[in-house]
Structure formats: C-alpha cells, structure tokens
Design a protein around this ligand. Structure first.
Ligand SMILES: *Cc1c(COP(=O)(O)O)cnc(C)c1O
Length: 363
C-alpha cells in the first residue's frame, strides 16, 4: 500500500488542508457504507468517540452506565469523567464479552437500590469478537437503556450478517495503530443512524458549534477531529481490510486454533459471527502457567501481551464503584489466565510456526 499511502500523504501536504476537507468526508462516507450505517463522524481517538457518545446520550451525575468487567479502561472512563457511575458486569466464559445475565442482574440491583438511574450500556466487542446482541438489544429496549457498541477492537467483524459498528444507538471505533483498522497515529469514529444524533455528535466534537458554525457555540463540547493526514492513510487501509486483511486474519487464527486445540483454551466465536481478531488470546491452565509461557516467549524474542491483567472492578480508579454483590468470577478467571500471541494479516506461516513452537516448548 506504500505507493498509494505516500501519494495520499503528499497530496494532503500539497493542499495544506490539514483539518477537514475531501479526504475526511470520503473516509466518513466509506466507513459508514462499509459497516452499514447512515452516518459516521470521525474524531481524534476512540476515547473521544466514547465521550461524545456518552455526552450525546446525556449520561451524567446520577446515572449508571453498565460496562463489562473485561475491557480497556476507556470503555467506562469517559462516563465517570462526566459524573456517571460505571457499574461493571461479568463476562461470558466463552466469548469473554458482556454477560447478558450479569447485565440484567446489575440493572435490577440499580433499580432496586433506587439511588442511580440506569442510563446506558457499553457493549464491548472484546478482542474483536462481537457481543451477543441478540440478548443485549432486547434488554436495552426492556429497561429503556441507550446502547453504545464499543467496537474499538472489532472493526470488520460481524454478528449474524451485520457488521460490527452497526449495533446500538451509537457505535464507536478506534484507529489506534494496534486496532484492526489502524492509522498512523490516533483516530476514532462514532456511527449513528439518526440525522439529529449525527448533528449533535458533530457539534460535540467541535466545541458545541451551533447552526451558525464554529463561532456560534450552543453547548459545551470537545475539540476532537480526525487529522486529514490520517483520513488519507485510512482510505487505502480500509480498502485492504475489506479486500484481504480480514480473511488473512481468519487464516492466522485458524492455524493457531489447530495448533493449540486441546492444549490451551482457544477463542470461541459464536456460530454466524466473525471476529476481527484484534488479538488472539489463549487461556493457560492458571496464572503460573500463563506467566511461564509469557516469560519463555519473551526470552525467545517473541512479543506477547496480557489483555488485560486486571478486571476493571479491580483497577484503583474504579475502587469506589458499587458492585451490588457481583463477584465477577468469569472476568477474574479470564484475566488470571489470558495471554495474546502475535496476530496480524501479514504474519507469515513460517513466522507463526516459530511462535507456535515456542508456546508448545513452554507448555
Ligand atoms: C483502544 C480502545 C479504546 C480507546 O481507543 P483510543 O483510540 O486508544 O482512544 C476504547 N475501547 C476499547 C475496548 C479499546 O480497545
């Protein structure tokens, strides 16, 4: 992609239009079309995309925002910054995504206590694997909750014929370089189907601009835009993701699955779903076993990472959040045993064989 990306970067430099312009407009159009959504509003990063969605949803003081216990801190952090209270829910033991049963228990606990108003659910497509929207969407409807799909890790994945980023009142994604669709720095996007919401998110991302433009400020907003240079990089990368990268990720995942089936717990993807394989995470028998594998890989010069070493409820920043008696057994077990192997669409079979051999050696 080098020739096209370099040419696009040079074209932006030549135009000297570094904010907005045709590249940003085109990437928004193509992103929305790819995921099957009416509107895409790009912004500076995935965390800002979440913040804009929480602000547009009206989440603030006195509100409860439900979030899975296994995710990156950014899923709930903006809600807390706005004054809402994150209420963590356990994950499913197989897909590692938000457990609908735990979600409903926590919603009922909040209602029973009567102190907070259940406001929104952040459904995180963890490691690239889509959530169980067949169960989560009806729960949100039943309890009148706004659904935000955190698809930062799952761009390109699908749930029963629908692309990720197409679920919820808002879906958000990130173009951080390590994500399935990465740019050359930070970037993010919010997806919506409602024209009024699109206008609100656009306003929130540019200092609460009003109908009279950016000096007609009607609300408190943010300064969050996708750089034109990043849009110019994303256009060819989006095309490659759709044309071959997603498929190449499936090939890499399948090779790992064949090599580790029966030896370690391999990832589970529900029937009719596709993971974007942001990460390929395995579960070792226990923490000691996990740490032994990770340290052996590191000695061999093979990078591996633990996504994530701690569940959200155990992070110092979330110590004061109410738990309503939830003990998060699945999230705790997952974090104690998980480790992730190199995963990207350009991982060659010979390189992957080395990784597999090193893991088997440690076992
Ligand atoms: C990366 C990530 C984010 C935040 O995206 P940034 O672009 O890094 O701000 C939010 N949620 C999840 C699940 C992520 O993995």
């Amino acid at each position: 992609m080098k020739t096209e990306i370099d040419a696009n970067i040079q074209a932006v430099l030549d135009s000297a239009q570094f904010i907005g312009g045709p590249y940003v407009e085109e990437v928004e159009k193509r992103l929305a079309a790819y995921v099957g959504r009416e509107y895409c509003v790009t912004c500076a990063n995935g965390t800002d995309a979440l913040q804009a969605a929480f602000m547009a949803a009206g989440a603030g003081a006195g509100d409860a925002v439900f979030c899975p216990d296994v995710t990156f801190v950014a899923s709930a952090e903006p809600a807390k910054m706005l004054g809402a209270v994150p209420v963590f829910c356990d994950i499913l033991p197989d897909t590692y995504c938000l457990s609908p049963e735990s979600l409903e228990r926590q919603i009922k606990a909040v209602l029973w206590e009567g102190r907070l108003t259940p406001k929104a659910v952040v459904a995180v497509d963890i490691l690239g694997n889509p959530c169980d929207y067949g169960a989560i969407v009806p729960l949100c409807e039943q309890y009148g909750l706004i659904l935000i799909e955190d698809a930062a890790q799952s761009f390109g994945g699908s749930y029963k014929g629908r692309k990720t980023c197409s679920f919820g009142d808002f879906a958000v994604t990130s173009f951080f370089p390590a994500k399935p669709l990465g740019c050359y720095g930070d970037g993010g996007a919010v997806f919506v189907d409602d024209g009024g919401m699109e206008a609100l998110v656009r306003s929130l991302c540019v200092h609460g601009k009003g109908p009279g433009g950016k000096y007609d400020n009607v609300r408190v907003g943010m300064n969050s835009r996708l750089d034109t240079l990043q849009a110019a990089v994303l256009l060819p990368k989006l095309r490659a993701l759709a044309a071959c990268e997603l498929e190449a990720r499936q090939t890499v995942a399948e090779r790992y699955r064949e090599a580790f089936a029966g030896k370690l717990v391999t990832p589970f993807v529900e029937e009719g779903c596709t993971s974007a394989w942001a990460q390929y995470a395995l579960l070792a028998p226990d923490t000691t076993g996990r740490n032994r594998i990770v340290s052996h890989l590191s000695k061999t010069g093979i990078p591996s990472t633990v996504y994530y070493p701690k569940p959200q409820h155990a992070l110092p920043v979330f110590q004061a959040e109410p738990r309503y008696g939830e003990t998060f057994p699945n999230a705790t077990d997952y974090c104690a045993r998980t480790f992730s192997l190199p995963m990207h669409p350009y991982l060659e079979e010979a390189e992957q064989r080395e990784v597999i051999a090193a893991v088997l050696e440690a076992l």
